[in-house]
Design a protein around this ligand. Structure first.
Ligand code: SF4
Ligand code: SF4
Length: 194
């Protein structure tokens, strides 16, 4: 079973620190020294604010991942305990974004060495002059799998609103619920025998 990060809207104060930690964890460059006109700020979780709640939303690392099932390029795979997108082979078709039930996938410009990457073939005439078009790729939470130290958002949140749920946690929680159900059924034991 894959792990996943989940937020408690009752604790989230909407400070967006988790988004900053996410960008920092996935960027080889110092985010505070980026070009102002061309910032690489694309967090893989997004803090949503409504009148009732504030909470970040991110990938749930689905077991039968809809995004992986529809990717025409085989660019989405199970890596460690998360679902991973290979941005090198992603062609930006957006199919994964459309099928994700949580809205957890975004199309973002690809950056390397602080530079936006351009497409080798397709040109755009948006400015009246034919010019190379930026390359957009799919992006989503990967549990900071490559860092080896766990999700940065969970570690940084000042109110501990985020939690990494691992398979053992789920198994223990399920076992506790089953035990509680058994206790409840005991009250109706006579009825069941009847
Ligand atoms: S860092 Fe924590 S409190 Fe701040 S927006 Fe993210 S989840 Fe909410
Ligand atoms: S956008 Fe990229 S990762 Fe998503 S389905 Fe298309 S090729 Fe696959």
């Amino acid at each position: 079973m894959n792990s996943f990060v989940i937020a408690d809207p009752g604790l989230c104060i909407g400070c967006h620190t988790c988004e900053v930690a996410c960008v920092s964890a996935h960027s080889a460059d110092n985010m505070f020294l980026q070009q102002e006109e061309n910032p690489d700020f694309y967090p893989r979780l997004r803090v949503m604010e409504t009148e009732q709640v504030t909470a970040p939303v991110q990938c749930r690392q689905c077991e039968d991942a809809p995004c992986a099932n529809v990717c025409p390029n085989g660019s989405i795979t199970n890596l460690g305990s998360s679902i991973s997108i290979n941005q090198d082979t992603c062609i930006g078709c957006k199919t994964c974004m459309l099928v994700c039930p949580f809205g957890a996938i975004a199309m973002v410009p690809e950056f390397r060495g602080g530079q936006k990457q351009l497409q080798p073939g397709l040109r755009s005439n948006a400015t009246g002059v034919l010019a190379r078009k930026e390359r957009l790729v799919a992006s989503k939470c990967d549990l900071c799998e490559e860092s080896g130290s766990g999700p940065a958002c969970v570690q940084i949140c000042p109110t501990h609103a985020l939690q990494l749920v691992v398979p053992d946690d789920v198994s223990m929680d399920t076992a506790a619920k089953r035990a509680a159900s058994a206790q409840t059924l005991q009250q109706f034991g006579g009825l069941i025998r009847f």
